[in-house]
Design a protein around this ligand. Sequence first.
Ligand SMILES: O=P(O)(O)OP(=O)(O)OP(=O)(O)OC[C@H]1O[C@@H](n2cnc3c(O)ncnc32)[C@H](O)[C@@H]1O
Ligand SMILES: [Mg+2]
Length: 167
Amino acid sequence: MKIYVGSKNPTKVDSVKRVFPEAEVVGMEVESKVAAQPFSDEETLEGAINRARECASHHKSKLGIGLEGGVMEIEDDLYLCNWGALVDEKENVYSASGARIRLPDEVKAGLEKGKELGDVMDEYADKHDVRSNEGAIGIFTNGLIHREDMFTHVVQLLKGQWEFDQQ
Ligand SMILES: O=P(O)(O)OP(=O)(O)OP(=O)(O)OC[C@H]1O[C@@H](n2cnc3c(O)ncnc32)[C@H](O)[C@@H]1O
Ligand SMILES: [Mg+2]
């Protein structure tokens, strides 16, 4: 089985490999067709679905998976939010979201200036390419939950829903 994932970010591609160990998993650059930094659940989910649709329509793809990171507001607080979508060869769309944590005010201020979370996190943690490694969730959980673990849970939710419908 061949699965295309709409990203080359290793945290995303490797999470799909973990959940579908028997599949041939290929990461490809696709357009999310939303802002580089989504600012709501709706926009983040839309980005995930757009990525999954493009992957599913790719030649010889059985499943397309899109994973999108963003932030969303609850009252005055900003939360990390992540969404995933799986599109199969019949064009069925499955979706699921990931764990969310509140972001500190300093990070919120950086995002409100129009910066991307990945760049804000590199500055905040004084590290390079946090987005492709532990992620914001890894930094703020003291390394307990890495970005790949969080996406693994999302992909398990997608796979389980899709398998349920295959019975
Ligand atoms: O190559 P792609 O697949 O686009 O991977 P990405 O790291 O840019 O990830 P997203 O587009 O899904 O995320 C949207 C923005 O939020 C950032 N982001 C989301 N979650 C993050 C996290 O846990 N840690 C660091 N940056 C994160 C990311 O770097 C982008 O600026
Ligand atoms: Mg991106």
